[in-house]
Design a protein around this ligand. Sequence first.
Ligand SMILES: [Cu+2]
Length: 175
Amino acid sequence: MTSSPGRTASEGRRPDRRRLRDGLVAALVPLVACLTALVGLTAWTKAGAAGSPARIEVGVGLVFLPYADKERTAAFFTIANTGGADDQLVSVTSPALEEVMLSRHERVGEGADAMRMVASLDIPAGGRLTMRPGSVDVMARVKVRWKEGDAVPFVLHFRRSGPVDAVAFVVRPGS
Ligand SMILES: [Cu+2]
């Protein structure tokens, strides 16, 4: 890159962002269409949102690499509703997965964890749902072999906002 005399301070900050983005793009492999999900979660103010429709933003997700010969996996997304109306996540689909279910885990004693399937998850106006192991997740069975770092396309279906594209990166559980 050649440096031209008229560069501004904001242009000078760009290399950091570009490095970050290049790293993500390298990991994305062919799923360029899913790059929109990388916009991720933005800050918002509640002011002015009242009376407006639900507005859903889904961050880049994570999905667990199944153990050895196992097929079960769990995926995790952070979902923000920056709009003025409540919404609900009602289902999740992915061409790489079957038997996809929303589940909620609850502590039922020392080291014990009870899981139940739920029909929907609330995303209240101005609120956010952060899925993580042991709280709320997306359970599924994998149809294809993955390796760490693969990008898996998902569609999250919301009652009011309809389908929202997302991508999740394959990670080893516990990483
Ligand atoms: Cu679960």
